[in-house]
Design a protein around this ligand. Structure first.
Ligand SMILES: [Zn+2]
Length: 408
């Protein structure tokens, strides 16, 4: 296999998590009686451009054939993050009714609705019908396409170049990162700004976040690799911020390479920080499997210990993260009784691979488990706050990443 960015031969495995079903392939009761498709879940690192990427699959289309779609608006903290972002960027760029904003993977309009409310013209690009429908219902216009060079050219030809193109948590999910980045250049006005947020590979390695790996998450990005991908497309990263979202993300600011914005010192400082951390050093990548295995083994041993002690264990949050962790650890229904999730679209279904039933959060009070594993550890505070009741029967919250911890 060749690197998706620079086409060098990929020779170094970063992480091998065995085989897993697509993380969003939640199963109905009937589907449990049928065979389940799994794909290898393996990441490579390119020793030329340092892009960490998933292995290619012969049937990648199947990954997106599921009828389940994630609705961004179900997470309160993500909604607040989006509203805060719109307020800040509007001020920083002086956006007005004469500006034009494009959001890529605009989902259900959770972010753009803030621009609509402020009277700033905008357009979402979103290929998933169910979320696009939800978006239009609240008055956020949507172009139902995948974004890349072709879509961007059509937008530019129609006079729809943007002052701001933003994409929160889409860049890592794009299969053809070069095509997507070319699209950014084409759809961006001269003097315009691209804002992308993505989980920071440096934090993934540092905090053992191997459970953020899943098939639909094609690229694991650093400023080192993104700067290079941008440069090749005629764009330049001129500013960067670190965010706490998704266990540690970067928000980059890009412009046309020829635009006058000076590259800020923080960009060079972050590149230096990544270099010091070892993001251009193969051994740092090659040591990660061992760290991931320790987290997995500790978690599995903990669950077995609870089982032997006669404790009841439930989990909260039927997220992609949980699927990766449980499938890699080989955890099934015998070690975790059930998983609660607030999204009605998941309730009554079963987790892919592990086949653990997904129930509404009200089941916690009925069954009073001794331990509640919070699978989306990045929103642990939010979950604990919402589910304080667990403490009332002496229940405790647990997280597995970055290391096993009984929280309360
Ligand atoms: Zn490469």
């Amino acid at each position: 296999m060749k690197c998706r960015h620079c086409h060098a031969e990929l020779e170094h495995v970063f992480l091998d998590l065995g085989y897993a079903p697509p993380s969003n392939a939640y199963l109905s009761k009937e589907a449990l009686r049928a065979p389940e498709t799994t794909f290898p879940l393996k990441l490579y690192v390119c020793d030329q451009c340092w892009l960490v990427q998933t292995e290619d699959y012969t049937e990648a289309d199947e990954l997106f054939s599921g009828d389940y779609a994630y609705f961004s608006s179900t997470s309160q903290s993500w909604l607040q993050h989006a509203a805060r972002y719109v307020e800040e960027i509007t001020k920083r760029l002086g956006l007005s009714k004469d500006s034009f904003v494009i959001e890529l993977a605009s989902n259900d309009g959770y972010l753009l609705k803030n621009f609509v409310a402020a009277g700033i013209p905008c357009l979402g690009v979103e290929p998933t019908d169910s979320t696009a429908d939800a978006s239009e219902k609240i008055g956020v216009p949507v172009l139902r396409e995948f974004f890349g060079e072709a879509t961007a050219t059509a937008l530019a030809d129609g006079g729809k170049r943007a002052d701001l193109i933003c994409g929160n948590n889409v860049y890592a999910h794009v299969p053809d990162i070069n095509d997507f980045t070319q699209g950014l250049r084409i759809a961006l006005k001269k003097g315009g700004i691209v804002n992308l947020e993505f989980p920071h590979l440096m934090r993934l390695i540092e905090q053992n976040q191997f459970d953020t790996v899943y098939h639909e998450h094609f690229s694991y990005l650093s400023l080192t690799s993104v700067s290079r991908i941008f440069a090749q497309a005629g764009l330049r990263v001129f500013d960067v911020e670190e965010l706490p979202t998704h266990g540690g993300s970067l928000r980059i600011y890009g412009c046309h390479n020829s635009d006058p914005m000076a590259t800020k010192a923080v960009v060079l400082a972050m590149l230096e920080k990544e270099k010091t951390f070892g993001l251009q050093d193969l051994s740092v990548y090659q040591g990660f499997q061992q760290k991931a295995d320790k987290v997995k083994n500790d978690f599995l041993a903990f669950l077995i210990e609870q089982k032997r002690a006669g404790k009841s264990v439930a989990a909260y949050g039927a997220a992609a993260k949980g699927n990766t962790l449980m499938n890699y650890a080989g955890i099934k229904h015998d070690l975790i009784d059930f998983i609660c999730d607030a999204a009605p679209s998941k309730q009554g279904k079963f987790m892919p691979g592990s086949h653990i039933p997904i129930l509404p959060p009200t089941e916690l009070a009925k069954r009073k488990p001794d331990l509640v594993i919070i699978l989306p550890w990045n929103i642990a505070d939010e979950v604990i706050q919402q589910q304080q009741q667990v403490l009332s029967w002496g229940g405790k919250f647990v997280i597995a990443v970055p290391e096993l911890k009984v929280l309360a």
